[in-house]
Design a protein around this ligand. Structure first.
Ligand code: NAD
Length: 260
C-alpha cells in the first residue's frame, strides 16, 4: 500500500517507534530509523528489518535533544531514501517526580526531546512535503496529551504541547495533500514504562507481572496493554487514502483510559 513512500521515524530502534517502522516497511515503505546510539549498535535491528520487509532501511544517528542535529537528519533522510513522505515523531523519554523535586535539567531534556524535536523535524520536512503535494505527519503523543497524572509534569506538558502543535500543522497544511495527527497510546509495554512497573511491584511487594496488572488496574479499564503492532497498524491507516480527511486529531488508543 505504501510502496515507493519514504518514512522517517524518530526514536525507532526499540519499542513503539520500531513497531511503527515494521508496520510501514511491511507495506513497502522505505525507512529511516533514528536514535542517538552509534550505527554499529543498531546494525542488527536495521539489517533484520531490511531483510524481513525487503525494503531500503537506513539509520540516521542524531541526538534529538540537540536542535542542531535535526536539520541534518532530515537532509540525510531525503538524500538516502530519495525523499520524505511520512514523518513519525516518536522519540520520547519519561521521568517521574513531584514538581517541587523535579530536576530542572530533566524538565529541559524532556521538553527538548518529547516536544521541541517534533517542531524541528516538521519545520525541516514540510517544504519537501508541500513541494510533493503529499505528506503524512504522525506525532506519537500519549493519553498524557489529553489528561494528566501526578509526578509527570514535564511529560504531560510536552505531550499536551504536541497535540497543540499537531492542530496548528494540520490547519496550515489543510487541503494540500498533507495530514498531521497525534496518536495517544495508553500503557504499552516497552522499556519506557518498565521502571514504573518495577517500582510499583516493589512498593506493593509483588512480582513484576503482578506489578504490570496493578499498573493497568489504576488507569486502563481494559486491563490489557496496548499492543505495539496495533499502534503500527494505526499509523498505516493514517497513511492510507481512507484517512486523507483525518487531520488535526488526537486519537486515543488506550483501552478506555481517557473515557473516564
Ligand atoms: P522506548 O524507550 O522503547 O522508545 C523511545 C525511543 O526514543 C528509543 O528508541 C530511544 O532510543 C529514543 N530516544 C531516546 N532519547 C533519544 C534522543 N536523545 N534522540 C533520539 N532518540 C532518542 O519507549 P516507547 O514506549 O516505545 O516510547 C516511544 C514513544 O511512545 C514516546 O514518545 C513515548 O512517550 C510514547 N508513549 C509510550 C507509552 C507507553 O506506555 N510505552 C504510552 C504513550 C506514549
Amino acid at each position: 500500500m505504501l510502496k515507493g513512500k519514504k518514512a522517517l521515524i524518530t526514536g525507532s530502534t526499540s519499542g513503539i517507534g520500531l513497531g511503527i517502522a515494521r508496520a510501514l516497511a511491511a507495506q513497502g515503505c522505505a525507512i529511516m530509523l533514528n536514535g542517538s546510539r552509534d550505527a554499529e549498535a543498531v546494525e542488527p535491528v536495521r539489517r533484520e528489518l531490511a531483510d524481513q520487509a525487503g525494503v531500503l532501511v537506513a539509520y540516521g544517528r542524531a541526538d534529538l535533544t540537540r536542535a542542531e542535529e535535526i536539520g541534518p537528519l532530515v537532509a540525510q533522510t531525503i538524500a538516502r531514501l530519495g525523499g520524505l513522505d511520512i514523518l513519525v515523531n516518536n522519540a520520547g523519554i519519561q521521568y517521574t517526580a513531584p514538581v517541587e523535586d523535579f530536576p530542572p535539567e530533566k524538565w529541559d531534556t524532556i521538553i527538548a526531546l518529547n516536544l521541541s524535536s517534533a517542531f524541528h523535524t516538521i519545520h525541516h520536512a514540510l517544504p519537501f512535503m508541500k513541494a510533493a503535494g503529499w505528506g503524512r505527519i504522525i506525532n506519537v503523543s500519549s493519553v498524557h496529551g489529553l489528561v494528566a497524572s501526578v509526578r509527570k509534569a514535564a511529560y504531560v506538558t510536552a505531550k499536551h504541547g504536541l497535540v497543540g502543535l499537531t492542530k496548528v500543522v494540520a490547519l496550515e497544511t489543510a487541503g494540500q495533500g498533507i495530514t498531521c495527527n497525534a496518536i495517544c497510546p495508553g500503557w504499552t509495554r516497552t522499556e519506557l514504562i518498565e521502571p514504573q512497573i518495577v517500582a510499583l511491584a516493589e512498593r506493593l511487594g509483588v512480582d513484576v507481572e503482578e506489578g504490570g496488572r496493578a499498573l493497568l488496574a489504576g488507569k486502563q479499564p481494559s486491563g490489557q496493554f496496548v499492543a505495539i503492532e496495533h499502534l503500527g497498524q494505526l499509523a498505516v491507516f493514517l497513511c492510507s487514502e481512507a484517512a486523507e480527511q483525518i487531520t488535526g486529531t488526537a486519537l486515543p488508543i488506550d483501552g478506555g483510559w481517557t473515557a473516564q
